[in-house]
Design a binder for this molecule. Sequence first.
Ligand SMILES: Cc1cc2nc3c(=O)[nH]c(=O)nc-3n(C[C@H](O)[C@H](O)[C@H](O)COP(=O)(O)OP(=O)(O)OC[C@H]3O[C@@H](n4cnc5c(N)ncnc54)[C@H](O)[C@@H]3O)c2cc1C
Ligand code: FES
Length: 1283
Amino acid sequence: MDGAAELVFCVNGRKVIEKNVDPETMLLPYLRKKLQLTGTKYGCGGGGCGACTVMISRYNPITKRIRHYPANACLLPICSLHGAAVTTVEGVGSTKARIHPVQERIAKCHGTQCGFCTPGMVMSIYTLLRNHPEPTLDQLTDALGGRLYVCVCFSKDDDDEEEFLPLDPTQELIFPPELMIMAEKQPQRTRVFVGDRMTWISPVTLKELLEAKVKYPQAPIVMGNTSVGPEVRFKGAFHPVIISPECIEELSVVNHADDGLTLGAGLSLAQVKEILKTQTYHALLKHLGTLAGCQIRNMASLGGHIVSRHLDSDLNPLLAVGNCTLNLLSKEGERQIPLNEQFLTKCPSADLKPGEILVSVNIPYSRKWEFVSAFRQAQRQQNALAIVNSGMRVFFGEGGGIIRELSIAYGGVGPTTICAKNSCQKLIGRPWNEEMLDAACRLILDEVSLPGWAPGGKVEFKRTLLISFFFKFYLKVSQILKTMDPVRYPGLADKYESALEDLHSRNHWGTSKYQDVDPKQLPQDPIGRPIMHLSGIKHTTGEAIYCDDMPVLDGELFLAFVTSSRAHAEIVSIDLSEALSLPGVVDIVTEEDLRGVNSFGLFGEPEKLLETQEVSCVGQLVCAVVADSEVQAKRAAKRVKIVYQDLEPVILTIEEAIRHHSFFQGERKLEYGNVDEAFKVVDQILEGEIHMGGQEHFYMETQSMLAVPKGEDQEMDVYVSSQFPKYIQDIVAATLKVPANKIMCHVKRVGGAFGGKVTKTGIMGALGSQTPVEHGCPVRCILERGEDMLITGGRHPYLGKYKAGFMNDGRILALDVEHYCNGGSTLDESLFVIEIGLLKVDNAYKFPNLRFRGWACRTNLPSNTALRGFGFPQSGLITENCITEVAAKCGLSPEKVRMMNMYKEIDQTPYKQEIDATNLIQCWKECMATSSYSLRKVAVEKFNSENYWKKKGLAMVPLKFPVGVLSTAAAQAAALVHIYLDGSVLVTHGGIEMGQGVHTKMIQVASRELRMPMSNVHLRGTSTETVPNANVSGGSLVADLNGLAVKDACQTLLKRLEPIISKNPKGTWKDWAAFDESISLSATGYFRGYESHMNWETGEGHPFEYFVFGAACSEVEIDCLTGAHKNIRTDIVMDIGHSINPALDVGQIEGAFIQGMGLYTIEELKYSPQGVLYTRGPDQYKIPAVSDVPTELHVSFLPPSQNSNTLYSSKGLGEPGVFLGCSVFFAIHDAVRAARQERGLLGPLKLDSPLTPEKIRMACEDKFTKMIPRDEPGSYVPWNIPV
Ligand SMILES: Cc1cc2nc3c(=O)[nH]c(=O)nc-3n(C[C@H](O)[C@H](O)[C@H](O)COP(=O)(O)OP(=O)(O)OC[C@H]3O[C@@H](n4cnc5c(N)ncnc54)[C@H](O)[C@@H]3O)c2cc1C
Ligand code: FES
């Protein structure tokens, strides 16, 4: 072995030599902090989000080929990169040199919003193009299918003709010749990298690998690090020695023999997939298509996958039933072991011995009359671990239809892969028929038993999947038997064949139709035109700077939080001594450091910053460790010892809060007409309820801040990822007891916020600014994804109860609704959410008599807060659910009942504000027409009558989204515009750029008002220094309000300069910006806010300025046996007034729709019965991925309409689209109802949100759901509880 090796690799063509490398370092922090290549982003640290995607290129001196593959830098140890070339987004192209066509196209096709995940997207596509210059759509889908879809929209109007640069081949980085020579020439020897705590050994021959393994039998063999890495990062595993073999030929073997294929354990799963494409291993290929994302498949090795034996491994069940064998090697020699149940359960006699390694895997070919199938069901179709998966194999011998061999293995239902060995044994000798199926299901359920408390929850669903999968296998084999011997095997009725087909999968396409610009509008006037996001190109090149991209400052410290691990407890003691004794620890911020200011309230009830006496949720901040590095701060935070004494009661759910009368203040109420009287005259009355789960913001950039003391006069600059800089300024100033004019808060841009960067960021700012004052050093605090999700709360879970009185024709005459939201442990904005929810509960309907009441529940969960839509997505769903039930009772389609009850023309809302519903009706009719609703309804019904196990559903919902913030003062806005003597203009305003494109729109406004090209106007960011006291950016109003302020400032300037311009009308701005004329070239602009008031006593007011109208029609297909669903098509029609920038507006509508779709269908927060949030990263919490976008997505606008009070008649669109996601919920509802009707289940259908695969499957009741054992409620403690 070679001691003290040098690590050599290249980054963007530049050679990097590390002499004293720390093997614990991953590529992501190395790129970001050491090389200052901040284009590669941190989003989760666990391989689940793709924000850190880079391209790795390796040269193989034997094959002389270069392999390029995408990889997640967050899981790549730099020691594994010796001899490799890394390409980051900076190496692909930049504005300083030349941008790459991939970057240009994404930007110009409006494929960026907040831009935080864009570099990762660029790298995925770039790598694909390096490997396949003309990729097929399938290859593109494969590369991007599992990517998270936070907000991206690629929209281009059909008539929008854009010019693109051609590819310049010279701009492509070549594989560094130096690395090639190094690989060819250097004598290959084991390299050893020694760090403070860890030693990394990279053997390059099999012999050296075995020697290392003998010397360090406990050391893991790290290949892709996708299993070892997350265990180290998230589960506290530590390995003092790591063995990481490199380029060992024997581990990459591919050998085709007569009886099967031998694959090297070192091959990546992506390479395995490529190899299997030419073989007939359909079952393995199927799973390799959905296993993780493209990056993980390229990093993870076959051997690592097998040896890890994860409980939800997709491949092990298949390899086990396929009678695969493992070829092992040790100093003692070779041996083979079967990949069977004993191996999978790590039985010592069937496992690898300490000095042994896995060299390759033998995968036998199927014989004649032998059939293998794979099944899996996950929360999301791609890039999600399976809830249950399975491999099944049957062998009949030469015809006869008698089972000779049967193997069934399941993942996800035990601590590792489980084989149903006894069941299979008992079925041998039986014919493949219905009786066998019935017996098999009972045997499987008996053998693979899951207790009610089983980890992961969803127990009844998992039990059902066990046998549903077997039923699918039964049908599949029956069908093949029929094709092989139709005489002996009559096979299935056509109707049942639907169980076998994969859900409708076609390549995605969509259209968006922009509004026409008035032909009379001047060509240089940008208003109404699809202008690219101002930072679009910088998003794609990685040059857009976010908070944590700011360079490390001299003496900078890092702050990490210590949080409560109990839901309700007294803190008996806090021991800081061990944490303080660790190297690098500078301070621990406790309540005493807060100079008596330990609380700050934005909404009436003060919220504590640190809790040191009684904690009221898991995740509450107790203290914060400050150290000289992130690693040390986080290590020390784990060493703070807190002793708790649990307290009663622990209230977690809404139902518990109702039982304990645990509410924030009293009820909120709104009444209209006479509900009680109306109930007396209606034909029918129904009562129902719906529960709706919460939602995580899942902004891609986690909460981030950097506080920099200025060194004099107590001044401090706070750089922060916030929607509300003024609040940060106030809270920091208050806790430091200095005037606000000493604290300046700056926000360049925010990598997504969705309401989550308002109050929670303030608390972080207040705590983060203590140390700069104490120690005179800058302090940075960047939350990890897991702590961000734990601490910051999200959308409020809701319980809606309703009583509706209606006539037999569907007219609803009376509605009595109660809303309860789970506010968590502090008030935050919960009451405001309830109020907005009540004001919007009518959605698009005129209910002549109604009573709405709402309560915000105080519980022992992290405090919930604002999230896009702010109460409306919950409130609207409750109303739509009630309408759907009314329709069912009347035997009518929900769409008919919706139309019947809708506002028509000019009317009055329940709070007596006038509403003109002409455009609502127009949207509804347009949507009916563009979606061909009637024709497709017939087609869906026909499909459903012909298919028993697959059902389609179609649903359309209307939208009336009132826009406003219930207060004139809260809608004030200001701007500052300077004209410089060279004629250039600088605009500043109070709005935050968080992806919605507000800065782009503001420049469009300045350009129109000052009649100058957009290129002449610049915008540097938002700061309390330039625009004081600005309101929070949110509520769909950021462009509306700030645009009016910018317009005002521009008009002031224009008025001042008019005399000069009129003297020289042909002049330029350089001529007009005349310093000598003594005219101020700087102006503030102001908008005092929309008139707004609401009197809760009388239930009357004018809380909103205007209404956004829309409608969405969605079609889905469900698999009744697994609960999977596919979004087939969505048509959206919106009334957006007069769009300022249709490209940005389409992006907002699509992004919001997809976020809503996630909310209503797959995003599921899971809490333990002790109040601990389990779902703390993209691996456990599933937001929609690219593959979940409806196969067809069409967005169109009504023609421009006038809206006199707003900015150029535009309407705010940030939030309304979220609610339209519920069209998918109701389409699934429709499909489930069809399934139930066919099965004779005609009673009421209660489906809660999110409508996950679990809920879909369990609602499609059949003989399998009846067969499973059920647990007596209360007889066990479930793994998780709905809150
Ligand atoms: C974001 C993400 C998503 C994922 N999604 C899925 C999914 O959908 N479905 C699924 O099935 N899996 C999924 N996985 C798991 C993934 O498949 C495994 O982590 C991966 O296959 C492990 O391979 P590796 O090379 O990275 O293993 P490593 O982490 O490098 O090693 C894992 C273990 O294998 C041992 N080992 C490796 N090679 C050998 C050898 N040759 N001989 C002896 N021991 C060896 C090591 O000692 C170590 O203990 C996901 C993982 C991540 C991070
Ligand atoms: S940060 Fe690496 S995948 Fe999320």
